[in-house]
Design a protein around this ligand. Structure first.
Ligand code: ATP
Ligand SMILES: Nc1ccn([C@H]2C[C@H](O)[C@@H](COP(=O)(O)O)O2)c(=O)n1
Length: 211
């Protein structure tokens, strides 16, 4: 008799859990050094799997460019110095973009980048999202540097695609972002991809995580 009751309750609980999960945004964080190819791969994922790509860096650059933005100068300073903008600003930009998109599946690129990002996100968004995994593009510093310098030379217009800013960005990456990746590794949420191959070869590996 007891066994019968449990057989009935389990599927109900599972259905309830599924319902609760679908109320939440499904997200994957995308991390890796400057120039590792996060944006390039996100575009491919969007094309093939229909996610919405939100780059924290792009959202900050857009905010900086707005006439009369109260955060413009502050953001500019952080971007030039390769340091990280306070999470209240970045997290609000991300949440607004998620709400505005009316979609449910997001790639959140270049976030969380430090402990402040992680804690602020968990506080503001922790209950509203289902974190599927953290896509980590692993790429040696020399390869990343060359890609950013080439991007700058090709006319990216980015104030930070130069050697001086890159040194600072890498320092921030090693000291502030790597511990965040290690944190997610300890939760078994990191999916590591070798980002040194060609974009199409890298995408072959990425695809496996989404199919
Ligand atoms: N697998 C690859 N092989 C060679 N070049 C690549 C590869 N992936 C991206 N690139 C090039 O390297 C540069 C940086 O790529 P991308 O903008 O995707 O990196 P990112 O990780 O998003 O950089 P950032 O964090 O600085 O915004 C671009 O010019 C891009 O075309
Ligand atoms: N979570 C973030 C993401 C980005 N920034 C700032 C500082 C970065 O150097 C810059 C460029 O980011 P990218 O386009 O390389 O991802 O934007 C930040 O402060 N916080």
């Amino acid at each position: 008799m007891k066994t019968c009751k449990f057989m009935f309750i389990r599927p109900v609980l599972r259905a309830l859990q599924t319902l609760t999960m679908s109320d939440k945004y499904n997200i994957a964080f995308v991390l890796g050094g400057p120039g590792a190819g996060k944006g390039t791969q996100c575009s491919k994922i969007v094309e093939e799997f229909g996610y919405v790509h939100l780059s924290a860096g792009d959202l900050l650059r857009e905010e900086r460019a707005k006439l009369g933005s109260e955060f413009g100068e502050l953001i500019e300073g952080h971007i030039k110095n390769g340091t990280i903008v306070p999470v209240e600003i970045t997290c609000s930009l991300l949440e607004r973009a998620m709400k505005d998109s009316k979609k449910n599946e997001f790639l959140i690129d270049g976030f969380p980048r430090n402990q402040d990002n992680l804690e602020g996100w968990n506080k503001q968004m922790g209950d509203k999202v289902n974190l599927k995994f953290v896509l980590f593009f692993e790429c040696p510093l020399n390869v990343c540097t060359q890609r950013c310098l080439d991007r700058g030379a090709a006319g990216s217009g980015r104030a930070d695609d130069n050697m001086e800013s890159l040194k600072k960005r890498f320092n921030t990456y090693m000291t502030a972002t790597m511990p965040i990746i290690e944190h997610y590794e300890s939760l078994d949420l990191v999916r590591k991809i070798d980002a040194t191959q060609s974009p199409d070869e890298v995408f072959e590996e990425v695809k496996k995580l989404f199919t």
